[in-house]
Design a protein around this ligand. Sequence first.
Ligand SMILES: Nc1nc2c(c(=O)[nH]1)N[C@H]1C(S)=C(S)[C@@H](COP(=O)(O)O)O[C@H]1N2
Ligand SMILES: [Mo]
Length: 259
Amino acid sequence: MENKNKVKKELTVDQQISRRNFISFGVFGVMAFAVYEGWQWLYHTPKEVRGVTAGAKEPLRRALNKTELAFRNFFSNNHLVKTYPKERAAKNVRVNSNIGLKGKFIIEDWKLNVTKANGETMQVTIDQIKALPKTEIVYDFKCVEGWDQIQHWGGLKMIDFMEHFNLVDQTKMSYVGMMTPDKGYQVGLDMPSAIHPQTILAYEMNGQPIPGNHGAPLRLIIPVKYGIKNLKRIGSITFSNTRPPDYWAREGYDYYSGL
Ligand SMILES: Nc1nc2c(c(=O)[nH]1)N[C@H]1C(S)=C(S)[C@@H](COP(=O)(O)O)O[C@H]1N2
Ligand SMILES: [Mo]
């Protein structure tokens, strides 16, 4: 140590400057090399082919999966979305889009088609759903297009639905898929969000049956997700370990679309 300091002191001012330049240049070189190598690594890794990450390079996809992990931890903490008193709910509820709702639809003939992972199917009527305990929620509904509104919805909790219809073993699956009866709009949901205590199969809006343009007779209300996941007019529910089709994820939106 002593020796080294001595040597340094003996360098002239000019020598010290050129030495510093030399060091900076070396650091720059190492950094440039690291950037080039990093780019090569990114460039040569395979593409992920499925869902929202289509086209994303493998390391970037891994970053997405980290947010997914954070998301899961967040749910294990039993986090609840903020709720409001009923008086705060909008009277004129915004209508956004109607993909999958355009064709002819006879509400009286509607039944919910439920398919387990093993292929077993079951049909559930709206009266069976309405006969079970109702849960109401008033919260800030958020659309990715930039608007939000405090809304009041009522229906059957998804987890209560699963318990009542002997679907508890299906909660071990990774995903829930939902589609409109015409299959024109689909959402894929990670199981923790699907069975979150505030996720409901809604049949009421502001205490009245849901109007057609808001998804009668049954729609999904999933407060932990953006509007795009809140499928209107549910026709079918499926369970799987692979990602179910999702309309907006296919268009490049985040598959999780969590808040
Ligand atoms: N079937 C169906 N469900 C849908 C949509 C849709 O186009 N079709 N749009 C989604 C989007 S982007 C939002 S923001 C909400 C809007 O619900 P609202 O029309 O009741 O406001 O529904 C979601 N569910
Ligand atoms: Mo939306």
